[in-house]
Write a protein of this length. Structure first.
Length: 325
């Protein structure tokens, strides 16, 4: 039974007037809490998600099974509450050919994500499909908004001119101020990673930070509502995975772990001669140490942890919080 009796946490004087809010939905704990509040709290909706609401997320192709199950639940939840929900899958055509999924990109180029390399997977698998789809959606849902696949800026500029900037709601927790600052800094830089059209047509809001809610508070609130609490949303083969989370993957997702080792090995072999000739380090996922070495160290340090303890750690920690996006 869904509990729609929410406390008045969102004073009326803070209302926003945006015509459209888009919830950046990763199907993790924070964005799920934001979804629940949008559906069940009129005051939260009025303050943080004014106007029409679109719940929008993008598939990396490497999510955990529990995350995909939660996305299925989310689709039904949004139908019941009359919310627009779209989970962008590669088959819809908004992912690039090179980045149809995380593992597909690794196999395509015999490469691997690494702590030593530029962080580009989130941008290519989540952010770029998000805005490609959103441009098409704006054209289909708002009269007079044009659309050309290779000129999305016209779509966003036209919408902003007619209806004002889009409120994009992001689920950074209260202890993730650095991520917020990096996002806003990139958004404002003339030569930053954010496209010009986004600067002119999008504003970000961070309700969890405004309300002082960290992950523990988010979990407690979802449990109090009696609604499903998903695990943190992160790719299975993410290079931000901590050693203890690598142990979790090895113990409970062995096939995914083995495939990751295989992908890393292919990358090391492909670049062995080139890096040696240049006197460079041939980096793996975690730098100089390969995945099996990091796992061995994790087993020495965390191997005594029970299955229950590992699951609890996974539920309360997310390795992707290191990502500036």
């Amino acid at each position: 039974m869904w509990n729609n009796q929410q406390p008045d946490l969102f004073p009326c004087e803070c209302a926003s007037t945006k015509a459209l809010t888009v919830l950046s939905y990763g199907a993790g704990q924070e964005s799920t809490w934001l979804l629940y509040q949008c559906a069940l709290s009129k005051e939260f909706k009025r303050r943080f998600a004014p106007g029409r609401l679109l719940v929008l997320g993008s598939d990396t192709g490497d999510e955990h099974d529990e995350t995909y199950e939660h996305i299925h639940y989310t689709r039904k939840f949004c139908q019941i509450h009359g919310l627009d929900f779209v989970w962008i899958e590669p088959s819809m055509g908004f992912h690039s050919v090179a980045w149809s999924s995380l593992v597909a990109q690794y196999r395509r180029n015999d490469t691997i994500g690494s702590l030593m390399f530029k962080r580009c997977c989130t941008d290519n698998l989540k952010i770029q499909p998000f805005y490609r789809f959103l441009a098409s959606w704006l054209h289909l849902n708002y009269r007079g908004v044009p659309y050309e696949r290779n000129h999305r800026s016209r779509t966003f500029h036209a919408f902003a001119g007619m209806h004002g900037k889009i409120n994009v709601m992001i689920g950074f927790a209260a202890n993730e101020l650095e991520r917020k600052e990096k996002t806003l800094a990139g958004h404002s830089q003339e030569n930053g990673y954010v496209a010009t059209f986004r600067k002119a047509s999008v504003e970000f809001t961070f309700p969890l930070i405004d309300l002082g809610m960290d992950r523990a508070a988010t979990q407690a609130s979802i449990r109090a509502m009696g609604l499903p609490l998903p695990p943190p949303s992160n790719c299975k083969r993410c290079h931000f995975r901590r050693p203890v989370e690598l142990l979790w993957l090895y113990r409970f997702e062995r096939n995914s772990y083995d495939e990751w080792v295989e992908l890393e090995k292919a990358k090391i072999e492909k670049f062995a001669e080139r890096t040696a000739a240049r006197g460079q380090q041939n980096c793996g996922v975690f730098g100089s140490k390969l995945i099996p070495q990091v796992l061995e160290e994790a087993m020495e340090k965390y191997g005594a942890m029970s299955d229950e303890a590992l699951h609890e750690f996974r539920m309360s920690h997310g390795h992707c919080v290191s990502n500036g996006y």
